[in-house]
Design a protein around this ligand. Sequence first.
Ligand SMILES: Cc1cc2nc3c(=O)[nH]c(=O)nc-3n(C[C@H](O)[C@H](O)[C@H](O)COP(=O)(O)OP(=O)(O)OC[C@H]3O[C@@H](n4cnc5c(N)ncnc54)[C@H](O)[C@@H]3O)c2cc1C
Length: 297
Amino acid sequence: MQQKITEIYNYNNHVSFEFFPPKTSHGLKQIYQSIVRLKNMKPDFFSVTYGAGGSNAEKSLEIASALTNLAQVNCVAHLTCVGMDRDQVEDLLKSLDYHGVNNVLALRGDPPAGEKRFVKPANGFAYASELVRFIRERSDMGILVAGYPEGHSENPSRDDDFKHLVEKVEAGADGIVTQLFFDNRFLFEMAENLEKAGVTVPLLAGIFPISNAKQIIRITELSGAKLPDKLKAGLERFADSPEDMEKFGTDYAVEQIEALLAGGVNCFHFYTMNRHRQIREILSQLKSYFPRLHFWE
Ligand SMILES: Cc1cc2nc3c(=O)[nH]c(=O)nc-3n(C[C@H](O)[C@H](O)[C@H](O)COP(=O)(O)OP(=O)(O)OC[C@H]3O[C@@H](n4cnc5c(N)ncnc54)[C@H](O)[C@@H]3O)c2cc1C
């Protein structure tokens, strides 16, 4: 029986890894290799994303099941409510339960491709907070939600978006995983505001290790994450040298995490992009902060 979010988090420093379901058989080989290498480090959990609009729902479930039953690690399955009514969400929750997956990251999801605004499906959910409440009423599974240190792209008011984050916790969430960010000030502000609002569930800082300039530019355009000058300069300087770029990205993540730890943040969720080498390198440089992680292989 895998652990639930509420059973995992305590005063220690924590690490978790996010994967996405690959589209090709080569990608599948890569993800399983990475899972094996990262599993050996004994992180707190692995999470698996859910395709926009449920496009890869089956693969997502398959990987979550493999993590739970074959790799026997704690698993969090992402779940969005795009294009699903309440019965379909309930069926998906039953499938997760059948496969022994007992944690979800409950999301509203993005509007389907080509549509500007999210439209609530008939008999579905308008916001993630409604999905959280629905799950909590039916099950005692662990529930995480998404938080946006720089605000959510659809909401012009960062304060208003923060208010809705608190609603998700009030609806029954056990923890918050943040969107990627590169400027720690946004995370510190969020942590302070959560404390002021009396929110005590764990805040997992989303760390994106940089290895490719084009990818970062695309991802920051989508997420709205701001790039500090030092990061912009590195992206320009090493754009034509993949090795130097990866080294720069590793150094950036190590410094970012050290500064977060110094500021009292102790939970880190890595956007692995299904890779393992750089993550292992980053964490091995931070070994002394994470005594429960294993590095023997
Ligand atoms: C850690 C993390 C993991 C993710 N994983 C996936 C994934 O696996 N698959 C995927 O498709 N997407 C994923 N996403 C992206 C996510 O689906 C999008 O950012 C989506 O647009 C918002 O989802 P949400 O759950 O944060 O929505 P919500 O919390 O519902 O917020 C959506 C918008 O509505 C506003 N809002 C919320 N409640 C109210 C209210 N009561 N009244 C008015 N406005 C309100 C918010 O401010 C925000 O602008 C992930 C994001 C993060 C940070």
